[in-house]
Write a protein that binds this ligand. Structure first.
Ligand code: AMP
Length: 113
């Protein structure tokens, strides 16, 4: 499958991996939009949450607990941070492998463009 994030999971494309277990991997975004900007993704190729099924419910829980753990480790939990999941064309999704952006380390504006 021609998926850049599957290639990161397989080690075919280098990345700055922050955390990895049998289900989930987290790595720095190559084009950071904040002092801290990493992505948390499932190893299973799922396009977006629009393609989730009941059997993925524990995987989603694990992704969010991973976000919490890394945010604390990186010291952004106290001041706060943002989790973003872009879905499809209008959502601004450019990589068709479900990923959660985690942005922190500065005050973020709202609303997004
Ligand atoms: P989205 O636009 O929500 O689909 O986000 C895709 C994100 O993946 C962007 O923030 C990109 O900078 C990031 N990205 C694309 N290729 C890589 C890569 N090889 N390593 C790390 N991040 C990447």
């Amino acid at each position: 499958m021609d998926c850049v994030f599957c290639k990161i999971i397989d080690g075919e494309i280098p990345s700055k991996i922050i955390y990895e277990d049998e289900d989930v991997i987290a790595f720095d975004d190559v084009d950071p939009q904040a002092p801290i900007h990493f992505l948390v993704i499932p190893k299973k190729h799922i396009k977006s949450l629009d393609e989730l099924s009941e059997s993925d419910s524990s995987l989603i829980g694990k992704i969010f607990l991973t976000i919490k753990m890394i945010a604390r480790e990186k010291g952004i939990a106290e001041n706060g941070y943002r989790v973003v999941h872009n879905i499809g064309e209008d959502g601004g999704q450019s990589v068709a492998h479900m990923h959660f952006h985690v942005l922190g380390g500065r005050s973020l504006q709202w609303p997004p463009g």
